[in-house]
Design a protein around this ligand. Sequence first.
Ligand SMILES: Nc1ncnc2c1ncn2[C@@H]1O[C@H](COP(=O)(O)OP(=O)(O)O)[C@@H](O)[C@H]1O
Ligand SMILES: [Mg+2]
Length: 259
Amino acid sequence: MAGRKARIIAVVNEKGGVGKTVTVINLGAGLSLNGKDVLIVDMDPQFNATKGVGVSPGEDTPSVYDVIKVPEPVPARSAICKTAWQHLDLLPSHVDLSGVEVELVDEPGRENRLKEALTPVLDLYDFILVDTPPSLSILTVNVLAFAREILIPCQTHPYAYGALDELLETVSIIKEEINPHIRIMGVLATFFDQRTRVSNKVLESLKADKRFENKLFDTVIRVNTTIAESAYYDKPVVFFRRSSTGAADYLSLSEEILK
Ligand SMILES: Nc1ncnc2c1ncn2[C@@H]1O[C@H](COP(=O)(O)OP(=O)(O)O)[C@@H](O)[C@H]1O
Ligand SMILES: [Mg+2]
């Protein structure tokens, strides 16, 4: 399609276990079911998003590591692979990605490696969704230099809510120094359990927080054991069991983003 340019969305939170990877693969799945061409980029050396869409990071197949490494990076197109599902492609991760911090330490422009590598494929997709590791490493900085929008999953737990201050600080530094185009697209409440007071309280605080005015997604992701089960089968829950609440919530998020 001529003139198409992907929306680039980074799913970020310096905390682990908040639902980043699950959000990337299921939002990707939901958007692809709506006929959008989606590329998932897995920038976490633990490669959960890669496995989550049924791809095993091979020794010999190129990964995002090969795309951003120096010297002699390979073109992004040659490392992108198809998944089992229509409209859903993957740029897989690899454990070698964990060495990038050290390898790029003296490299000028090291924060722009991902952006430079992926610019040639922007017109192939409607959405590029990037999964990030739970730390502020050069990998995450590369993601934030490339992305236009940030989606922040926040567990409806008290500690998770407090940790957002640090993340907002990081985003404003990135905006000032590296990527003026970046903006927070939205905060997504995850692991919501209606029966617990604490879940409800944190959701209320998120709704009342002036910093997230008009930024909190209407969709709330509920706790759903089928999500964990689907990971065992290396499938997004949206494809694994469409009738689950996990699938319903992520399909609702996809529709909210497309509106
Ligand atoms: N809404 C949910 N309900 C139940 N389990 C979930 C939910 N979201 C994620 N999980 C599970 O919680 C764990 C952490 O989620 P994950 O997306 O991997 O977090 P992160 O990428 O932020 O570390 C995984 O085992 C995942 O299957
Ligand atoms: Mg993850």
